[in-house]
Design a protein around this ligand. Structure first.
Ligand SMILES: [Zn+2]
Ligand SMILES: [Zn+2]
Length: 296
């Protein structure tokens, strides 16, 4: 890890104003992918995987125009860099690949997850296949190194109880706590909560998922029925003008109003500007309890 990124503190401790939010706080690790030349021994987005030379590469099993489509590396995360991963058993490495084509019926790139033990991979595949095509360039991630950073998140406004939604929408509740949310922010308090206090934008592990395309939908493990946990959020940018309060200090000089040119080093576009959200079974990740995904 040779890059560092630091999210500015939130403008206020929202759980101090609305104590019912306290138990809903969750850790998340922002990944902050940045241009670089990761090796198979680094955590990366779009970088080379620590893939055993004797294990056949994965190809998509659906027909696409042209030669068979190799699955592409999306993320490689070592638990030493991203402790929130909580890998199963001895595993200490997560690899995420996708087919760079949108598959029906939901028109999203299908993903494969591998949990590995890095020490077991002594002979690394030297030349994985090059992409043979893609739905569009945004499905071929540019190699990036990571600067993982742990933060605290609260649920998307849409995921809160009606009671909490009402409290957060009430300007007088904020005023009573001494928080000015009318003049300085010029937006409704629930919007302020959504932009600045709840869910961080960008690539992240854990935390709370972003919602907006649809109302929140709980995901349940098909093998055991457990409520699934957000594993990885794959976004289409790390900031835009609405979310600049989350821009790390180190990037602020390149994130002036109207300048989003540095906001997406991996160049990933999911379903034209949305997120791909991966979920795993909290009880048995990687052991026959399949992950699931969702476009938001
Ligand atoms: Zn495919
Ligand atoms: Zn399960």
């Amino acid at each position: 890890m040779n890059v560092t990124r630091t999210t500015p503190p939130r403008p206020l401790d929202v759980a101090a104003v609305f104590p019912q939010l306290g138990p809903l706080a969750r850790p998340a690790m922002r990944l902050h992918p940045r241009p670089g030349s990761p090796s198979p021994y680094d955590s990366s987005i779009g970088g080379p995987l620590l893939w055993p030379a004797h294990q056949p590469w994965l190809y998509c099993d659906m027909w696409h125009e042209g030669p068979a489509a190799p699955m592409l590396p999306v993320a490689q995360l070592y638990a030493r860099d991203v402790p929130l991963l909580r890998p199963p058993g001895r595993a200490d490495l997560l690899q995420v690949l996708w087919c760079p084509f949108e598959h029906p019926p939901e028109y999203k790139p299908p993903t494969k997850l591998f949990w590995r033990t890095a020490a077991d991979v002594t002979d690394v595949l030297a030349a994985p296949p090059e992409p043979s095509g893609a739905e569009y360039d945004g499905y071929v991630p540019e190699p990036c190194v990571l600067a993982p950073e742990q933060i605290t998140e609260y649920p998307d406004f849409l995921e809160l109880s009606r009671e909490l939604q009402q409290q957060l929408s009430d300007v007088s509740a904020w005023r009573a706590a001494g928080v000015v949310v009318d003049d300085s922010y010029a937006i409704a308090p629930q919007e302020f909560y959504g932009r600045e206090l709840s869910v961080a934008p960008g690539w992240k592990v854990g935390g709370w998922p972003p919602w907006g395309l649809t109302d929140p939908v709980a995901r349940f493990c098909v093998a055991c029925g457990a409520a699934m946990s957000p594993l990885l959020t794959i976004p289409s940018y790390e900031w835009n003008d609405a979310g600049k309060g989350w821009v790390p200090y180190e990037d602020q000089a390149r994130a002036a109003p109207g300048d989003d040119s540095a906001s997406n080093p991996p160049g990933v576009q999911v379903s034209r500007g949305n997120h791909l959200q991966l979920y795993v079974c909290p009880k048995f990740p990687g052991t026959g309890h399949p992950h699931t995904d969702l476009i938001q």
